[in-house]
Design a protein around this ligand. Sequence first.
Ligand code: CFM
Length: 541
Amino acid sequence: MPKSRIPTAPAVDPEEFVEELVRSYPAKVAKKRRRHILVRDPSEPQAIDANVRTVPGIITQRGCCYAGCKGVVIGPLGDMVHITHGPIGCGYYSWLTRRNLFHPRSDGVNFMHYCFSTDMQEEDIIFGGERKLREAIREAVELFRPKAVSVHATCPVGLIGDDIQAVAREMEGELGIPVLAFNCEGYKGVSQSAGHHIANNKLFQAAVGRDDLEPSTPFAVNILGEYNIGGDAWEIERVLERCGIRIWAVFSGNGSIEDIQRAHTAQLNLVMCHRSINYMAEMMEKAYGIPWLKVNFIGVQAMAKSLRKIAAYFEDSALTERVEEVVAEEVEIAHKELAPYRERLAGKTVVLFVGGSRAHHYQHLFQDLGMRTIAAGYEFAHRDDYEGRHILPSLKVDADSRNIEELKVEPHPEKYRPRLSEDRAEQLHRTGLIGHYEGMLPDMEPGSLVIDDISHLELEMLIKRYRPDLVCSGIKDKYVVEKFGVPCKQLHNYDYRGPYAGFRGAVNFARDIDAMIHSPVWKLVRPPWETEPRLKAELTA
Ligand code: CFM
């Protein structure tokens, strides 16, 4: 086996490294960035800054509000036409690079591979784009006959003040199908996180609760925050079906607007990505009485644990028995298939910097492989995703968050139906089975680094000092990282592979990671620290 030319990590003192990191910034920036960096110490409660503006000039991994709304939450609904109202680049940028896959239903409809945009030009910016939007919606409906249309605002639309809500109402009347308009202008909020919230709000107001069809099984669940990247949702579905648990609707991977319209009749909401969809979980609980339960389907042990949590919620002996059978069978097979990879990967180190959930979820899968997560962080998640939901009441709402509407939700006058007795609900809340998320920090090993909204510079310094065997990140970093001679797995779109969720996904992942880490190609790369310094400059003043 060819050896990587990167020597194993020199012993690094994490506290010293953090000081070194922030020293590379001007004093004011250093002070700000310091609050986004932690050395994990489980002996005391730790707080971290998150969900605040990136310092201008710093190269961040973050995306925009439009990306969070159109690209992340709404885009995966495959039986709708999604129109980007704006310059063509915004549509192009969000054109399925995330690989949220969709299987058509019996009607054969699938619009996932299209990219719809009003392609705004200078004259539209000057004279307004509403006419063009109206025509685009008409044309799309005439040509494609979708069940519903969504319209997504980009930055210029907000700046010139096109009233996309009025156009949507008008078109809904004219065309007789739902037209959902999202004011998700890219500049809103501090990251794509704002777009998640905007998407949740509109889906809740304009789609959920529209069709009262009831599931024919008592074990019907919605999955919230699973987006079917690389086919993840299909592996999750396979396992849940084996257990006798019916997926009633998914928000929104392999999702259909018709499923979402009847989602309020399910028994339970499973929350996969807490960051992007916790709003929906809370609103559905308040309006319809559906409790939510945090799951993680990434990793063999995590998958087994999540299935057991679902069984514990339903308290049905036949279901529990079936879940145990499936878990025993699937875990045994997965372990057998993982064993050769585990042997080659055990002890390797990884750093994970992904959007809002995966940097936590994938730590469980790396644990299955015997690999150590030595640093992790989110691009845009909030403090509760690090520290746990118990800190929510103490969070202060800043001006950026106040820009995003918080819906006032009341129990629905006819459709509210508590799924649990008061006693049981209280008990399950207390034991943490429902309505509970502990965040990433408790799973991080002592001395590991937690870095929020990591900058390009910080990631480079981290690689140089820690020499991890693997970096998990996205396309903005991938090739920079690989020029350091370190393999970089894209955890956003899985580098055109997957699925990685569930039992079979874990085996796929192990195979891919083993191939990456042990590829002979890294031998050919001369990392920059071997040739440095070529040019050195110091910051004065
Ligand atoms: Fe949730 Fe996601 Fe993520 Fe996310 Fe994303 Fe994504 Fe992500 Mo890319 S919804 S927070 S906004 S798990 S697109 S499927 S991979 S940054 S960690």
